[in-house]
Design a protein around this ligand. Structure first.
Ligand SMILES: N[C@@H](CCC(=O)N[C@@H](CS)C(=O)NCC(=O)O)C(=O)O
Length: 349
């Protein structure tokens, strides 16, 4: 009797087991979420971006979104739909952004998010490879007499809640035995306005954002100086919810694809000609061979569509920070590893 019960239990477990762990068909994409399916059914990607950050996400004079973060959303749409325009931008404040990705309000955050252990582990996010490296910097009024961080003792500092900058400022000041009074303002416009109106002595934020504020928001750019130095590591990366490996893989490989295309000299203007390349890596990249798109659940022309419609990493960077842009910025760490930077695309093979 006992044996029979055991036998029955094992049969039940085996049957249940085949439901819980169905055999994987060979080469089938490993899927444990339905983000891609939902995006396709909706007909557009929903991308969480900064409400107004020059170079990353802002609305141009024609009412169109522009910026590096915006272009990575478009690259994702090009990979998923073959159409970079199938994306809806959801502007999010620094404090709102994590709830928006956790709740599923957006499919991906492409919003100046610094990747860190706590955000990965405790906020339940998966980070794509960083697509912009920066660090905390400071801006003050030129007539303040402040020339370096050590001169900031007793300053009032405008702070955005929920940012890594908030934590950095506390650490940067206390490690130098400096005192400060935080002025905490969530809304980005109000924050910038507060500094410009003299409600705080210092703006502290990702250094890459400071020239934009100086050039576009301040009435007289020369009235402000950016202090020398970078005071933290802020590797900015797209983020998705944990629990959907397929969608995470897509976001991750879209970033690598933009790095690899630049490394292989495949860009927006030569991508059609490159379809005839005899280089096996270029053939794989552009979907002529290899079937790499299908492995991700995408069309094999995914990288072709990204590069044709949005560009490789260098095309994207130059559009927003290149010599012809409104705020030129050296590539520095944001260059390919072959040119002294940190961008290293894992191989698409
Ligand atoms: N990378 C940092 C900061 C990102 C962020 O949202 N920064 C705030 C200010 S500290 C902001 O609104 N920045 C707007 C801007 O930099 O233009 C993070 O992930 O916490």
């Amino acid at each position: 009797m006992l044996k029979k019960t055991h036998l029955a239990a094992s049969v039940l477990l085996l049957t249940l087991g085949s439901f819980i762990f169905p055999a994987q068909a060979e080469n089938a994409p490993v899927t444990n979420g339905d983000t891609l399916k939902k995006i396709k059914a909706r007909g557009e990607l929903v991308c969480g971006v900064h409400p107004a950050r020059h170079g990353f996400a802002s609305i141009d004079s024609k009412g169109q979104w522009e910026g590096l973060d915006v272009d990575f959303c478009r690259a994702l749409a090009a990979a998923v739909f073959g159409d970079a325009s199938k994306v809806r931008f959801t502007p999010l404040s620094t404090a709102q952004r994590f709830a928006a990705i956790q709740s599923g309000e957006v499919d991906v955050l492409s919003r100046n998010v610094t990747a860190s252990l706590t955000r990965d582990v405790s906020l339940g996010l998966n980070f794509a490879p960083p697509n912009f490296y920066t660090g905390t910097g400071f801006m003050v009024r030129a007539n303040s007499g402040v020339k370096k961080v050590e001169d900031l003792d007793g300053a009032t500092v405008c702070i955005t809640p929920g940012s890594s900058t908030e934590q950095n400022v506390a650490q940067i000041f206390s490690s130098r035995n400096l005192h400060y009074t935080p002025v905490v303002i969530e809304n980005n416009k109000e924050y910038v306005a507060a500094y410009l109106a003299g409600r705080c002595d210092v703006i502290a934020r990702d250094k890459v954002a400071l020239p934009g504020i100086k050039t576009f928001d301040a009435e007289k750019p020369d009235d402000h100086i950016i202090l020398p130095g970078i005071y933290s590591k802020e590797p900015l990366a797209m983020a998705v919810r944990k629990g959907d490996d397929q969608w995470f893989d897509i976001v991750k490989w879209v970033v690598y694809a933009t790095f690899n295309a630049e490394e292989m000299n495949v860009n927006q203007s030569n991508v059609d000609a490159e379809l005839k390349s005899t280089d096996p890596d270029v053939q794989g990249l552009l979907g002529v061979t290899g079937g790499f798109g299908q492995k991700l659940g995408l069309d094999d022309k995914w990288v072709y569509n990204i590069v044709k419609q949005v560009g490789n990493y260098g095309d994207i960077y130059n559009r927003h920070f290149g010599p012809q842009s409104t705020e030129p910025l050296d590539r520095d760490l944001n260059n390919l590893w072959t040119k002294g930077g940190l961008l290293y695309g894992l191989p698409i093979r």
